[in-house]
Design a protein around this ligand. Structure first.
Ligand SMILES: CC(C)(COP(=O)(O)OP(=O)(O)OC[C@H]1O[C@@H](n2cnc3c(N)ncnc32)[C@H](O)[C@@H]1OP(=O)(O)O)[C@@H](O)C(=O)NCCC(=O)NCCS
Length: 211
């Protein structure tokens, strides 16, 4: 697969992740972290990207893809192919740093307190049906990059990468209030996990599917 690809306007380029992208992608993570909207004033500091961005690009940089826009990185997809192995790595290598940066507040009083607790329990990333859908992913595009077909392209590229590694499927969690993202995933072919068919917030797709 080519390393870069141009979209219809050629102003947005999809390319492989590089280490120097991490700060810009952390910013994208915050600006899209409140059900797709800007979480800057909702979740302070680096809490969101310390859970949903940095561990992924450190653990699996080869499965991270960046969208470059007119003003630099404006979107990404990150994933791990084997969630159980990722959880073990997170516990050993990431959690000590996370604990130092984000003290636990019990009982949690704010959204940030609750999110901190999420970061202390990476086993929460392990959804059901790991045998069929062992990978999981996160995708975020700034508003300027949305609605251009880039989300579909990012997921298509990830499915191809995972398929080439023999990974059979990927799953993801979507926030209850993020109706827009849920409709997007359903539109391109994601479906509820087999064992939790009634739960529309945990979705999956096989890597043999075309999106
Ligand atoms: C959700 C998101 C990844 C979608 O990516 P996108 O680039 O905007 O979507 P695309 O332009 O690739 O859309 C692909 C297809 O899905 C459709 N689609 C997109 N959003 C849709 C929606 N809300 N309802 C119905 N269809 C939708 C598009 O019309 C398009 O269909 P077509 O190709 O058949 O014409 C992106 O909007 C985003 O990052 N949002 C903010 C962060 C976020 O919510 N991330 C997900 C967290 S779980």
């Amino acid at each position: 697969m080519p390393d870069t690809r141009h979209d219809e306007t050629s102003r947005y380029v999809i390319r492989r992740y590089r280490d120097e992208d991490e700060p810009a992608l952390r910013s994208v993570c915050v600006k899209t972290g409140k059900s797709g909207g800007d979480a800057t004033d909702w979740i302070p500091g680096g809490l969101l990207p310390d859970i949903y961005l940095s561990p992924y690009v450190r653990y699996a940089p080869d499965l991270a893809t960046v969208v470059d826009g007119p003003h630099g990185p404006c979107g990404y997809i990150v994933a791990v192919g084997d969630t159980a192995a990722f959880v073990a790595w997170y516990r050993e290598h990431w959690l000590p740093r996370f604990r130092a940066a984000h003290p636990l507040v019990e009982p949690p009083r704010t959204a940030a307190n609750r999110l901190t607790r999420t970061g202390y329990h990476p086993e929460g990333f392990l959804g059901p049906d790991q045998d069929l859908f062992p990978a999981h992913m996160h995708i975020d595009l700034l508003p300027m990059a949305q609605g251009r077909g880039l989300g579909r392209l990012l997921i298509r590229r990830l499915l191809s990468q995972l398929r080439m590694r023999g990974v059979t499927g990927v799953q993801l969690g979507v926030g209850e209030s993020n109706h827009r993202a849920r409709r997007f995933y359903e539109h391109i072919g994601f479906r509820p996990l087999p064992t939790t068919r009634d739960n529309p917030l945990q979705l999956c797709i096989g890597t043999d599917k075309e999106v």
